[in-house]
Design a protein around this ligand. Structure first.
Ligand SMILES: Cc1cc2nc3c(=O)[nH]c(=O)nc-3n(C[C@H](O)[C@H](O)[C@H](O)COP(=O)(O)O)c2cc1C
Length: 384
């Protein structure tokens, strides 16, 4: 059989063969520093899609090294995804800011007393050990300006902002020959990004893994497309196979941005236990909570969700809540209480039954999408 063709204008814009991007995914759980590592990016880009590095949990040097490693391993275009929170001021350079990594016990000094008291109480009641992991104080998320600068210097083909409007950097990026993508969960921000000349807008529905908004993908896509026009929109949230891709294209998207499905591949960066949880998940196997980062975030359902709910506490604002959740989750892992541990994942987990190589997955996605669009639909839908 000849090679399948599945092209949209996005392919010409980005210089790729198929309009399928593996989403930028940062840390999926404590102990991992990215869900979308170099290996996944290279595999997807080499196979004709576009791999996007999840740079949110890296420090600045790791980010630069990972970008250079990708360039060594593939000549194909790729993306880099960062979070650009509004309310973080870049920390001063190394020595002024103190160590780049500090023990969690020390970092916890920055959280409110009532949260500290709650952690202490739970640890005591549940017999959870204190695990003093090291906490990065200079991740790209804590130093967004420096991280953006690295992407500029390295001229990454596609800069992606998973949080925040990257409009401020579009002119500079274009001057470097780069394209800029922004992720949003509502049509208001889709319009805002389009107005600030962001090249590509990802509209991610409530179904999606990781940080997520309130609007379902099916409702969001047409509204985001209208709001962002004429800028191209990619669909995200709940897409796991060719049916989802065909539906997104039918709605007017120029491509898709898929997270959870690519996380559950050989090259995906999740711990094996989290890949296993995705495989075992049903359609009801995930939940949204602010317990992890302070922002609404979808993860595998687990008992940490209820434990947090029962605290009656407000989460500490993003990203400091991560210290609170990390303190407990590190202890749960140490104590083998895996019922209280779940990685970030989307509702589409229920559709995923097998871990496979990313290149094979991409081939199958293309094959199924083409089959639906070229044969199944015309055979089953009568239009005249
Ligand atoms: C494990 C995991 C980590 C994620 N981390 C990030 C991130 O760091 N930055 C970002 O823009 N989006 C992140 N996301 C969201 C994805 O980029 C993507 O929008 C989402 O996974 C799409 O929905 P899906 O999971 O249903 O495919 C993450 C998602 C997952 C599952």
């Amino acid at each position: 059989m000849g090679k399948r063709i599945l092209r949209t204008p996005l392919c010409d814009m980005l210089g790729i063969e198929y309009p399928i991007l593996s989403a930028g995914m940062g840390p999926t759980l404590i102990g991992e520093n990215t869900g979308a590592p170099v290996e996944l990016v290279v595999a997807v880009s080499e196979a004709g899609g576009m791999g996007v590095l999840g740079g949110a949990g890296f420090n600045i040097d790791e980010l630069r090294d990972a970008i250079r490693e990708i360039k060594k391993l593939t000549g194909k275009p790729f993306g880099v995804d960062l979070l650009l929170p509004k309310n973080i001021v870049d920390l001063p350079e190394k020595t002024d800011a103190g160590p780049q990594e500090i023990p969690l016990s020390q970092a916890l000094e920055f959280i409110p007393q009532e949260h500290k008291d709650w952690l202490k109480k739970i640890k005591l009641e549940m017999g959870i050990p204190d695990v003093d992991i090291m906490v990065q104080m200079n991740t790209t998320t804590m130093r967004p300006n420096q991280a953006v600068e690295v992407c500029m210097e390295e001229k990454v083909p596609l800069f992606c902002a998973g949080l925040g409007n990257p409009g401020f950097m579009v002119d500079q990026a274009h001057a470097q020959g780069m394209k800029v993508l922004g992720v949003t969960g509502n049509s208001k921000n889709a319009k805002r990004m389009a107005d600030s000349n962001v090249d590509i807008i990802v509209a991610q529905g409530h179904e999606g893994g990781g940080h997520t908004g309130r609007i379902g993908t099916m409702a969001l896509l047409p509204m985001a497309i209208d709001a962002a026009a004429p800028k191209p929109v990619l669909a995200a949230g709940g897409i796991g196979d060719g049916r989802g891709i065909a539906a997104a294209l039918a709605m007017g998207c120029t491509g898709v941005w898929m997270g959870t499905r690519f996380l559950a591949t050989n090259e995906g960066g999740a711990l094996d236990i989290n890949k296993q949880k995705i495989i075992e998940s049903t359609d009801e196997g995930t939940r949204v909570s602010r317990a992890y980062t302070g922002k609404t975030l979808r993860a595998n359902y687990n008992q940490f969700h209820e434990l947090w709910d029962s605290s009656g506490l407000d989460p500490v604002p993003f990203p400091m809540q991560i210290l609170v959740s990390s303190a407990l989750i590190a202890g749960f892992i140490e104590a083998n209480k895996f019922d209280y541990v779940g990685g970030l994942a989307g509702q589409v987990s229920g559709l995923i039954k097998e871990i496979k190589p990313a290149a094979q997955l991409l081939d199958e996605l293309v094959e199924e999408t083409v089959e639906i669009l070229s044969r199944k639909l015309p055979e089953t839908v009568i239009t005249k």
